[in-house]
Design a protein around this ligand. Structure first.
Ligand code: EPZ
Length: 417
């Protein structure tokens, strides 16, 4: 299962280059099955979740080639409608293949993606919207049997700006008859990247990044080349690493606009952040300032995917901070692990009260989910003594060579397989 061992106390410094965004490339890879076309995607990160999506595409009969950070997908030979059960269980976001497969084949069989470490992860909004578009979806024995005689465009009002539901509907609407309007759509930058890929493939999508996305159905898609946007959460994580170690790090290949909410909170915590065109320098303070209130919100609010990382920071702040996790039901599992390191954190439902302590102490800890694992590594960077983080496979789902990059920045860190 692998574990990371880190000896705290080193200040990080140097440069880190941010690779393609996991949460942009996954829906784009799902979208490659919609047309009978070839997709060449650059800046694809080398992550476990991307490997899983690649295996799914291969299992559907697509040709896939991977050369370094480039992935080529030819979906012409696609010959299956069943998404492998074990792969869906490993990566629940494969549910966005529903829309793409209904677009392409009019049929898909996919196992019901269970919950995960951060909550039950329901898909009711996905199913409701796809049914409104003309899909018949039967749920039985843990599987979803979906078929359609032809999807039709329609007006869809999302109860919540769900990222996955917005993406699933976009992919279902690409070749639907007529126009689909998604209201209360998620506004995350990854959805803009998906729109960019789709339009280069000949789709007609507008409005991504706003709460109204409009898709006019087309008959076919053409070959497309796309360069994946940089990962704003990976960037934010390295920013937090600089902040927590009184470091000085230059983060390169970023889109400043995507990091506004993260930068604002890190400045509140006492960091100095100097933006350049596609990079920034962040200098951590001698002592982290507490932050009165952080609420995780859909974009452009503070991202839930940075909640665990900022909690590590606030656990050594000079006062009491409050984090309200409004997006997911159960995303505080890292708090109990931080407490093992001496943090003073109390959880009241979806609110965490973090009373900053002077110093954390190294301990044996366990990563419970992707961002929670990153949080524990950040805490280990500053804790007195040695911290072990078990189950680092969680971290490998969303971070490329996390410990290697941190070591290059000056951390005393290693991975034991
Ligand atoms: C995406 O998950 C991301 N994953 C998540 O990143 C991210 O945390 C999340 O968006 C929010 O930004 C990918 O893009 C692969 P949602 P998704 O649908 O699409 C509820 C990471 O660490 N909901 O916006 O699953 C849901 O339970 C991961 O990289 C319903 O109730 O997020 C949650 O409480 C973690 N019914 C809230 O909405 C539905 O049908 C937000 O979920 C769908 C969602």
């Amino acid at each position: 299962m692998g574990k990371i061992i880190v000896n705290g106390g080193n200040q990080l410094s140097g440069e880190v280059y941010i690779n393609g965004a996991k949460n942009a490339v996954l829906p784009i890879l799902a979208a490659t099955v919609i047309g009978n076309n070839e997709s060449t995607i650059f800046n694809v990160p080398d992550l476990r979740d991307v490997e899983v999506m690649e295996k799914i595409l291969l299992s559907l009969g697509c040709d896939v080639k991977r050369i370094d950070k480039m992935m080529w997908v030819d979906s012409k030979p696609l010959n299956s409608i069943r998404i492998p059960d074990e792969l869906v269980r490993e990566m629940r976001s494969s549910i966005i293949l529903m829309g793409a497969m209904l677009s392409r084949c009019g049929e898909v069989i996919i196992s019901y993606p269970g919950g995960c470490e951060i909550g039950p992860r329901p898909i009711d909004m996905h199913l409701k919207a796809l049914r409104e578009m003309g899909a018949e979806i039967e749920e039985s024995h843990g599987f979803l049997y979906c078929r359609t005689n032809g999807l039709k465009g329609c007006e869809i009002q999302l109860d919540y700006p769900s990222v996955g539901a917005t993406e699933n509907i976009m992919l279902a609407a690409v070749k639907a008859k007529g126009i689909t309007v998604i209201r209360n759509a998620a506004r995350e930058p990854e959805i803009i990247d998906l729109q960019s890929y789709l339009n280069k493939a000949g789709a007609k999508v507008n409005g991504a990044g706003t709460s109204i996305v409009i898709i006019e159905g087309v008959d076919e898609l053409v070959d497309v080349t796309h360069n994946t946007m940089p990962d704003r959460i990976v960037a934010g994580t390295y920013m937090a690493a600089s902040a927590i170690t009184q470091g000085e790090i230059v983060v390169k290949n970023i889109i400043i606009d995507h990091l506004q909410a993260i930068s604002a909170k890190l400045r509140e915590a006492g960091c100095l952040i100097y933006n350049d065109s596609n990079s920034l320098k962040i200098i951590g303070p001698k002592r982290i300032n507490s932050i009165e209130m952080i609420q995780t919100l859909p974009y452009p609010g503070f991202p839930t995917d940075m909640q665990a990382q900022i909690m590590a920071l606030l656990s050594i702040a000079n006062g009491t901070s409050i984090i309200s996790e409004t997006v997911f039901e159960n995303r505080f599992k890292h708090a109990e692990e931080l407490t093992r390191m001496g943090a003073n954190i109390k959880i009241f439902g979806k609110v965490a009260v973090i009373k900053g302590v002077k110093e954390l102490t190294g301990a044996k800890t366990t990563a419970k989910d992707l961002r929670g694992g990153a949080c524990l590594v950040l805490a280990g960077l500053v804790a007195k003594g040695t911290t072990e983080i078990e189950n680092v496979y969680h971290i490998n789902r969303g971070y490329e060579d996390f410990h290697i990059t941190l070591k290059e920045l000056g951390a005393d860190i290693k991975m034991i397989e």
